[in-house]
Design a protein around this ligand. Structure first.
Ligand code: B1M
Length: 590
């Protein structure tokens, strides 16, 4: 490699303190194994190999996990294997994740029985090795924290969301258990002189907002982060928080917890220019290079252009590190990863002045998605009461409302179509406007299901009233399903019958299910840029099976756009779950 690595952790710390060092540092916290190996030109089999990668690539640090209570290392039988994500590398790579929808801790009994480890059970000897072997100028960045993610993954998404309101004692106990273990580990590991910073990756947000109401984060999680933050500040250790998605609502909390830096400022969720203006004097910003487009689908020139633009606009004055908008995954082409590294060295020397348009390339710019206005659908039954009952997880109250409406002579089916369904629409709009969060949406849908179950006799024989049938799944290679599950709830709430094929669904499976179920609509969800191509493959598969003319296809998911939907020949696109349900209604009535 032509460039001589000169690690200097002071550069990293100066930047974290929002000051100007000699040059803009690199800031990624995770690089998948294959890109590491391909960069180095050899297998990574030891700690030393990892150090060699971070050193050769030009980082001032290496990151390494505490290895404590990783949620993806669920007990045997509780994991799911994802198909290999297609990459430029030849090696086939399976990914394994905890099967969090069937959580491990779903009750007090399970909590008490679970063999919770103590910090003494973990082998922390690598930190002694790192104390002795890190090259001069380099420090270790301890990846630790993940309290929120660990709790929800151990409990399973739905159990967790429900328990926030219904079982706060269990929630508090889970946060206490996980938080104290992380804290003790941190105290133990941070004694090592090699530890220069702590990086806490804990995804608390999705594309348009926090996953749960911030009041829960403030009660259960931020106090632990502040406790760790206070020690970091005392010891002069850097402290960085990572969450994907739109974290705007929690930015001040991050500052209160003592974080020095925030990563990755996902470019399709947060406007880094606005973030810099509002919080850039207190929080160092790390990331924002677009993993959805530039890094994965762009050319090395596009990557250079984006690095250049970020350095020139966010770098002046310090407090910015170049990094991807999540991590360097194995579907980032090696040439693009190299372009990111080299462009940082080439353009990152201070002093930096704003100077636009020096190199060509497509530069990705943030475009805010307009928030939805809540409609005034007041021509239906007692809408406000239905909304309140459904949001309040209060099926007895909703049952009472239905009862009263039926006693007034309204037929059960009409109570559903003029009471509960419009209420679900309003709830969807509240989600779109950021007024409510994912658990509330899920709870409302569950309440509606419980009420429908209660009145199943009165509603019996009304199956023909379903407005359509949808076969849905997350496409092959993709394990994300929280969004897809919300889409299902909204569809059911709007009167569709839904066949859920689950996650990582192949084209063949979609075709088989379409033949078997004869749906009006096939709905495809994808959260990864690399798996979006599977949507096109599925459309081709349905065409080849001669089903295309009789079935409408709708696509959606965080990286999917209307333009992409048009390009692959889908009939519809849903930006979010209420939007998806609305689109499906339009498709069946067209
Ligand atoms: Co992953 N992840 N993840 N992840 N994850 C994202 C999606 C990512 C955007 C984060 C980022 O870039 N900063 C990124 C993808 C980037 C890209 O390629 N464009 C990413 C990555 C990189 C990865 C891994 C590759 C990480 C790694 O290994 N290095 C890995 C891949 C695994 C795999 O699938 N093969 C991975 C793994 C995971 C977890 C397992 C840890 C977990 C998933 C748990 C689960 O779903 N059971 C996870 C999570 C939680 C996320 C984030 C943080 C949140 C996703 C979520 O649940 N949101 C996400 C960051 C983000 O979204 N900004 C991220 C809540 C949900 C309600 O929103 O799913 O967007 P969403 O659904 C929305 C809309 O998109 C829409 O409606 C919903 C709202 O109402 N919608 C549809 C969804 N489907 C629709 C279908 C429709 C219409 C609308 O019509 C049919």
């Amino acid at each position: 490699m032509a460039r001589e690595p000169k690690p200097d952790f002071e550069r990293y710390m100066t930047t974290l303190h929002c000051q100007e060092p000699d040059r803009v540092p690199l800031g990624d916290w995770h690089v998948d194994q294959l890109p590491m190996e391909n960069y180095l030109g050899r297998k990574i089999t030891s700690l030393q190999d990892q150090i060699d990668f971070w050193y050769a690539a030009g980082f001032d640090y290496m990151t390494t996990s505490s290895g404590i209570l990783e949620p993806v290392r669920a007990p045997e039988g509780m994991t799911v294997k994802g198909d290999a994500v297609e990459t430029e590398y030849e090696q086939v790579r399976e990914r394994e994740w905890a099967l969090e929808h069937d959580g491990v801790i779903t009750s007090w009994e399970a909590f008490e029985k679970y063999p919770w480890p103590s910090v003494d059970d973990f082998d922390l000897s690598k930190w002694d090795v790192l104390d002795k072997t890190l090259p001069q100028g380099m420090k270790a960045v301890l990846v630790l924290g993940k309290i929120y993610t660990t709790v929800w993954m151990f409990m399973g998404a739905e159990t967790f969301f429900n328990a926030l309101e219904k079982n706060p004692e269990l929630i508090a106990a889970m946060f206490e258990k996980v938080g104290s273990l992380q804290y003790e580990t941190f105290m133990r590991v941070s004694e090592h002189p090699c530890v220069g910073a702590v990086f806490n990756p804990d995804d608390i947000a999705h594309n348009t907002g926090l996953l749960i109401h911030p009041k829960y984060l403030r009660s259960y999680m931020f106090p632990w982060y502040k406790k760790i933050g206070d020690v970091c500040r005392d010891k002069g250790i850097g402290y960085i928080f990572h969450s994907d998605g739109d974290c705007t609502e929690a930015m001040d909390d991050f500052i209160d917890c003592g974080f020095h830096g925030f990563n990755p400022i996902q470019p399709n969720c947060m406007d880094i220019d606005a973030v810099k203006k509002k919080w850039g004097h207190k929080l160092c910003l790390i990331g924002n290079l677009n993993l959805d487009s530039t890094l994965t689908l762009g050319s090395p020139e596009d990557v250079r252009a984006e690095v250049y633009e970020r350095i020139r606009t966010i770098g002046p004055g310090g407090g910015y590190m170049v990094a991807s908008s999540n991590s360097i995954t194995d579907y980032v082409p090696l040439a693009n990863m190299k372009a990111l590294l080299e462009a940082t060295f080439e353009f990152g020397q201070y002093p930096i002045e704003l100077e636009e348009g020096r190199i060509d390339g497509k530069i990705w710019k943030f475009q805010a998605k307009p928030r939805q206005e809540i409609s005034q659908a007041a021509t239906v039954l007692n809408l406000e009461a239905y909304v309140a009952g459904m949001l309040g997880n209060n099926s007895p109250a909703v049952i009472e409302l239905v009862q009263k409406d039926m006693e007034a002579g309204i037929k059960a089916q009409e109570v559903v179509s003029s009471g509960m369904i419009p209420a679900m629409t309003v709830i969807g709009e509240k989600f779109q406007s950021g007024e409510i969060y994912i658990p509330e949406m899920m709870i409302a849908a569950k309440t509606m299901t419980a009420v429908l179950e209660h009145y199943k006799d009165q509603l019996a024989g009304k199956e023909e009233k379903k407005i359509g049938k949808v076969v849905i799944g997350t496409v092959k290679g993709d394990l994300h399903d929280i969004g897809k599950n919300l889409v299902i709830m909204m569809l059911e709430g709007q009167g569709f019958s839904v066949v859920d094929l689950g996650i990582s669904v192949s084209t063949d499976k979609f075709v088989e299910a379409a033949i078997e179920n004869k749906p009006d609509i096939v709905a495809l969800s994808a959260l990864l840029t690399t798996t979006m191509v599977e949507m096109k493959n599925t459309i081709i598969g349905l065409e080849e099976a001669g089903l295309r003319n009789s079935i409408k296809i709708i696509v959606g998911g965080a990286p999917v756009t209307q333009a992409f939907a048009d390009e692959i020949g889908a009939d519809g696109y849903g930006y979010d779950s209420p939007g998806a349900a609305q689109k499906c209604k339009e498709l069946v009535s067209a």
